[in-house]
Design a protein around this ligand. Structure first.
Ligand code: DP6
Length: 364
C-alpha cells in the first residue's frame, strides 16, 4: 500500500456530531527505531511488545462548525485544559489532514488521560497518538461505513505514525513489526503489522516491570535524538544491524531460546544509548541508577540463571523483561534489590498485551 491508499474518496454526507473513545497501550521496542527520514519514515525496521497496563484513554467529541477554513480543537488532559500539548496535536492534525479531509469541518474536544502517573517519565506519545488516531478513524468510520476492520487498523497505525513513529506499533498486539524489512514481505514503512511468523508460547505472556529511575523531563527529546542520526558516524552500520537483529530474532521467536533473546534485546538497548553518546552533540540519558540496575540484573542472572533481562527506551528508566515462569523470583529480586534505585521506589508491573480497544460510554 502507498500513502495514496489512505486518502478517502470525497464524503457524501457528514454527521452533525458525536463522541468516540479509544484506549491504546504503550509498547516497548525490542529492536529499536532510532533515526528517521522525511514524513516519519523510519531509517530502520523495529519490533515491539505491545504493553497492557500502561495506556492512554482518549475521547473525541466532534461538532460541525460553520467556518471550515481552519482546524479547531480544545484539549483536556486528566480533566484540565492543557495548552502545552496543543502544538504537537496541531502539527499532527496538519500532517494527517490530507488523509482525513473532514478535520476542518468539525470542532473537536479531545479529553485524554493516562493509566500511569503523569510525572512517571514514561513517554505517553506512543499510546497517546495511537488513541487519538483510533478516535479519528472511528469518526471516519461513522461517515464511511464501508471501512473494513483490517483497513481501520492499518489506517489508525498509518496516522499514529505521523504523530509519533513508535505510536504506529500501539494499535494491535502482541508483537508488532514496523518498517521495510526483507524478511517480511508485507512489512511497511507506513504502518505496523502483526508479526506474521511462529512465536513460541514463552513470549506470549512475557512481563515488563518498568523501573522508574528518573521521573523528570528528558534533556533531549526523541525527535531531536532521531535527527542526530543524520551525519552520525555509525548510522549506516547501525541501520544494517537492526535488520540483522530482526533476522536473528526470527529464529529466537520460533525456538523460545531465551539466552539468544537476551543477547539481542540487551545489545539493542545499549546500542540505542551508544548512538546517543556518539551523536554530535552527544548526550547521555542513562543515570547512575540505570547502570546500577543493569549490573545487578547481570549479577543476578549469572548466579541464579533466571532468564531476566533489560531494555531501555529513550530515557533513564529500565524495562525488566522476564517470562511468566519466573515471575515470583523476578518480582522478589526487583523488590529486594532494584526498587532502591527507583525514584521514590516507584515501578510499574506491566505485561505483553493484545492492543487497543474501543470503549463504550460507561467504561473507564
Ligand atoms: C527509543 O516514536 O518517540 O523509544 O517519531 O519522533 O515521535 P518520534 O519518536 P518516538 O521514538 C521512539 C524511540 C525509542 C525506540 C522505539 O520505540 O522503537
Amino acid at each position: 500500500m502507498t500513502e495514496k491508499d489512505f486518502v478517502p474518496n470525497p464524503y457524501t454526507n457528514l454527521p452533525s456530531g458525536g463522541k468516540v473513545t479509544w484506549k491504546a497501550p504503550s509498547n516497548i521496542a525490542l529492536v529499536k527505531y532510532w533515526g528517521k527520514k522525511a514524513n516519519q519514515i523510519p531509517a530502520n525496521p523495529s519490533i515491539s511488545f505491545t504493553l497492557d497496563a500502561c495506556a492512554t484513554t482518549t475521547s473525541v467529541s466532534y461538532t460541525k462548525k460553520e467556518d471550515i477554513s481552519q482546524l479547531s480543537f480544545d484539549l483536556f488532559f486528566e480533566g484540565k485544559p492543557k495548552e502545552d500539548f496543543k502544538p504537537k496535536i496541531l502539527t499532527f492534525f496538519e500532517r494527517i489532514e490530507a488523509y482525513l479531509p473532514f478535520l476542518k469541518a468539525y470542532h473537536f474536544k479531545i479529553e485524554t488521560s493516562n493509566s500511569f502517573p503523569h510525572s512517571s517519565g514514561i513517554a505517553s506519545s506512543a499510546s497517546g497518538m495511537a488513541a487519538l488516531a483510533l478516535c479519528l478513524v472511528e469518526i471516519e468510520r461513522t461517515i464511511n461505513r464501508d471501512i473494513t476492520d483490517t483497513f481501520f487498523k492499518k489506517k489508525a497505525s498509518f496516522l499514529a505514525r505521523l504523530g509519533s513513529g513508535s505510536a504506529c506499533r500501539s494499535i494491535e498486539g502482541d508483537l508488532i513489526q514496523w518498517g521495510e524489512y526483507a524478511g517480511i514481505s508485507e512489512s511497511s514503512n507506513l504502518y505496523g503489522i502483526n508479526y506474521p511468523f511462529n512465536v513460541n508460547a514463552i513470549f506470549k505472556n512475557f512481563h515488563d516491570s518498568i523501573l522508574l529511575v528518573h521521573k523528570g523531563q528528558k534533556q533531549v527529546s526523541s525527535t531531536v535524538g532521531h535527527d542526530l542520526m543524520h551525519d552520525h558516524p555509525y548510522a549506516e552500520r547501525r541501520f544494517t544491524q537492526a535488520h540483522e537483529n530482526l533476522d536473528k530474532l526470527k529464529k529466537v521467536f520460533e525456538s523460545g531460546n531465551l539466552d539468544d533473546f537476551i543477547k539481542i534485546v540487551e545489545s539493542e538497548a545499549l546500542t540505542l544509548h551508544a548512538m546517543m553518546m556518539t551523536s554530535m552533540p552527544y548526550f547521555v540519558l542513562m543515570k547512575p541508577d540505570t547502570l546500577e540496575i543493569i549490573n545487578k540484573i547481570w549479577a543476578f542472572r549469572e548466579t541464579t540463571k533466571v532468564p531476566i533481562c533489560f531494555t531501555l527506551d529513550a530515557g533513564a528508566n529500565v524495562h525488566v523483561l522476564y517470562p511468566e515462569s519466573v515471575k515470583e523470583k523476578a518480582i522478589q529480586f526487583i523488590q529486594d534489590e532494584l526498587v532502591a534505585h527507583c525514584e521514590n521506589g516507584h515501578y510499574i508491573c506491566d505485561r505483553i498485551g493484545s492492543g487497543a480497544r474501543k470503549l463504550i460510554a460507561h467504561e473507564g
